[in-house]
Design a protein around this ligand. Structure first.
Ligand code: HAM
Length: 420
């Protein structure tokens, strides 16, 4: 026997019936973005490796340890996208999307790839839905972006999450902070890789999740203490807008996020029912990224929400999403003449928006009825030779068991009435 093939380790997959709940999650979050005027962008799944090295930053775990990088047949180094922001910014620059009026507001969704150690809620191929708003530096826009994620989660019925917020300030703030933090880190007994990391970006060290590091870092200076008056004012205004929107948050002065491009507003949505991988999504400002990648010096803000984790959070809260059934009407032909009639009926019903399936494979009525039950359909149509002669069909209500003979000419309208 041929050996069984399996999906690579750590990839997430969705198939019925759970895939319907996955789509419901994606649709809910997408709706929140489109309601706020974001246009859809479909991006390549692989990009030049240099985009992520320059965009996301060499000192990040994502770039230094987690990228799926390969050389193609033309000897180019390519990487499966680990995140979406760098690709959006690259596309905005390449296609001059920033010439048509600002902000450029875009949303995207699809698979992303990180070679992480797989566990519940952490996969090597996972799904995100993200938004990016590029070209306007306005605290009200930051609040809008946070509100979109909040609305998307609320629409799903989620309640068990918190919004953590911090500010990384402006360039001057971070320069001040880098100095204070580097001085603090230099007094600690750090291992060699961490010391190296601190040299490239001392903020990255704060993101170290190891318990012994968290203990050492407990007394680390906070970025809030290095804030310039202008950056502090921006942050206060942003929080004012959140208050206006009725959004509750928790100040998280140690939130630095795992990617190097962040500036100013940063935030994370965390859920209590997810175990170790508690972040449903996160984002923030990235005011230097456009210029770093060779574009105009424009600001930007966005988020990436994890669809896999959002679905897990819904399940943890007992929220039922999506439809349990794959069709509303199941057609059962008894004989070849009936089959060709029902093939036509299926097309007609579908064209008026009724989800319809047919018992293919010329099965006996018993097996076909089992198929009807499995499909979750509310109605079944059985068509035999006698019906063909009389121009009728048998319509069965699969919930109540009631059965009636219906004239062929009335069949579609009767089905529509029963389903309404
Ligand atoms: P991120 O925090 O790296 O940000 O990822 C966003 C979300 O993607 C996480 O909160 C999590 O829900 C999900 N996620 C990340 N890695 C995994 C994984 N291995 N398995 C399952 N889910 C995962 C970004 O990617 C930024 N591009 C967000 C952003 C957009 N910032 C500004 N604009």
């Amino acid at each position: 026997m041929a050996s069984q093939l399996r999906a690579p380790k750590g990839v997430s997959e969705y198939f019925p019936p759970r895939s319907d709940a996955f789509l419901a999650v994606r649709n809910s979050l997408a709706r929140a973005a489109t309601n706020a005027g974001f246009g859809y962008i479909e991006l390549p799944v692989f990009e030049d490796t240099a985009l992520y090295v320059r965009g996301v930053g060499e000192s990040t775990d994502v770039v230094s340890k987690e990228m799926y990088t390969f050389t193609d047949r033309g000897d180019r180094s390519l990487t499966l996208r680990p995140e979406g922001t760098a690709g959006v910014v690259r596309s905005v620059i390449e296609h001059s999307l920033d010439r048509a009026g600002l902000p450029v507001k875009l949303w995207y969704t699809g698979p992303f790839f990180r070679a992480e150690r797989p566990q519940q809620g952490r996969y090597r191929q996972f799904y995100q839905l993200g938004v990016e708003a590029i070209g306007v530096y306005d605290p009200a826009l930051d609040a809008e972006v946070i509100a979109i994620a909040d609305e998307g989660f609320k629409r799903l019925g989620l309640t068990g999450y918190q919004i953590l917020i911090n500010s990384l300030g402006d360039a001057k703030t971070r320069a001040n902070y880098r100095e204070t933090l580097s001085e603090f880190l230099s007094r600690l007994d750090l291992d060699e890789p961490t010391r190296e990391r601190a040299k490239i970006n001392p903020l990255r060290v704060l993101d170290d999740k190891r318990p012994q590091m968290q203990e050492l870092l407990a007394d680390a200076p906070l970025i809030g203490d290095s804030m310039t008056p202008a950056a502090a004012q921006y942050h206060a205004e942003m929080l004012g807008y959140l208050r206006e929107l009725g959004i509750e948050w928790v100040d998280q002065p140690r939130l630095v996020r795992g990617l190097d491009y962040y500036t100013s507003t940063t935030f994370e949505f965390v859920h209590g029912g997810l175990g170790a991988q508690s972040a449903l999504g996160g984002g923030g400002r990235y005011d230097g990224l456009m210029a770093d990648l060779g574009g105009q010096d424009l600001s930007g803000i966005g988020f990436g929400l994890g669809l896999d984790r959002t679905l897990l959070a819904c399940e943890a809260e007992g929220i039922e999403l999506g439809r349990a059934s794959t069709c509303d009407v199941f057609l059962i032909p008894l004989g070849l003449a009936a089959k060709s009639r029902l093939v036509g009926l299926a097309a007609q019903l579908r064209s008026v928006g009724v989800r319809t399936d047919l018992a293919y494979g010329d099965r006996a009525i018993k097996a076909a009825m089992r198929g009807a039950d499995r499909s979750g359909a509310r109605l079944a149509v059985v068509l035999g030779d006698r019906d063909l002669e009389n121009a009728t069909a048998e319509l069965k209500d699969l919930t109540s068991g009631a059965q009636a003979t219906v004239d062929w000419t009335d069949l579609i309208s009767t089905i529509q009435e029963k389903l309404a």
